[in-house]
Write a protein that binds this ligand. Structure first.
Ligand SMILES: [Zn+2]
Length: 99
């Protein structure tokens, strides 16, 4: 089976197109012809969520949560990342996601 490596990037939060075409061979997890890019979110979500918080995502599973800047500083022992996106494993996410 031949797979196209040209995919439309989708936002990990709302799953809408970000308008970017990806040509990266390393991105293997395609969702039909669309690919979640865990390092980028669309403009809407950036405004809505990342203006006040930090997205924490597991790049392998694309599970994610967004926590407030103040909570991030309290929980994580590191400064807020410039892009407001941080990576974490599922066990960390389990503790952060309120069920
Ligand atoms: Zn979005």
């Amino acid at each position: 089976m031949t797979k196209s490596y040209v995919t439309l990037e989708i936002c990990p939060i709302c799953k809408k197109d970000t308008g970017t075409i990806l040509l990266d061979r390393r991105l293997k997890d395609t969702f039909e012809s669309k690919t979640i890019n865990p390092t980028n979110v669309c403009d809407d979500c950036r405004k809505k969520y990342l203006s006040k918080g930090v997205m924490i995502i597991n790049p392998e599973t694309c599970r994610l949560t967004v926590i407030k800047d103040s909570a991030f500083k309290k929980i994580m022992d590191c400064p807020i990342p410039a892009k407001k996106i941080a990576f974490a494993h599922d066990d960390v996410l389990d503790r952060l996601i309120i069920k």
